[in-house]
Design a protein around this ligand. Structure first.
Ligand code: CA
Length: 222
């Protein structure tokens, strides 16, 4: 199994958000909060991928990346950058990063990159373009939803919420889980936005489509 992910991030909130998300998707995350530790663990051969923040104490992400590649390591690296600057992006890719994410990001976006970098051949061919549950179909390329032959107009956020359900068939998804999957870590956990959007989806896809499981969350009915 190649599922051990090292998270080098000094912001506890982000490290814990990423770590929880990865664990619930079958990965084994390890967290470090400074560049020196990141480099040591990355070179130990005990991880399969590195998620590397640029702004780290001791050694910054650029230095970690340079030393890692300088030591001959080909460990896949996904860089997290707080800055949206084109210069940083070019610099991390030239520095040997495989991919990057600008903060803030949604967990699902990071997860897709992690999967792609861990299994490049499989991810390229095995990723479905249409997700289905009963008569509901989501086309991931056109971002359109269909119920039977009918096209349903979903907003970008509604689409991602529906997609999250379809990627976890039959599972009860907690409000907190949906919040972090769809809205990212930059959202107030006390917010009722999930419930509001579940309401929108029920209106558009049929009220019986999503069941409330009291005290636990929501489930998509197939
Ligand atoms: Ca940082």
């Amino acid at each position: 199994m190649t599922n051990r992910v090292l998270i080098a991030e000094d912001e506890h909130r982000i490290a814990s958000f990423v770590s929880k998300g990865l664990r619930s998707n079958g990965f084994i995350p390890t967290c470090v909060a400074d560049g020196q530790s990141a480099l040591e663990v990355a070179l130990s051969g005990e991880v399969d991928l590195l998620i590397l923040d640029i702004g780290l104490p001791d050694l910054d992400g650029f230095t970690v990346l340079r030393r890692l590649r300088g030591a001959g390591s080909r460990l896949p690296v996904v860089v997290l950058t707080a800055r949206d600057g084109v210069r940083d992006t070019v610099a991390v890719l030239e520095g040997g990063a495989d991919d990057y994410m600008s903060k803030p990001f949604r967990f699902e976006e990071l997860l897709a990159r992690v999967r792609l970098r861990l299994r490049p051949e499989r991810a390229a061919t095995a990723e479905p373009t249409v997700l289905r549950s009963g008569d509901l179909a989501l086309d991931l390329r056109t971002r359109r939803a269909h119920v039977g032959d009918r096209v349903v107009d979903l907003t970008a956020r509604e689409f991602v919420l529906a997609e999250t359900f379809l990627r976890h068939p039959g599972q009860v998804l907690a409000r907190e889980q949906l919040l972090s999957a769809v809205w990212g870590y930059d959202y107030d956990p006390g917010s009722n936005i999930v419930d509001v959007y579940i309401g929108y989806l029920r209106r558009k896809l049929g009220a019986a489509r999503i069941t409330t499981v009291r005290g636990m969350g929501y489930r998509l009915e197939g």
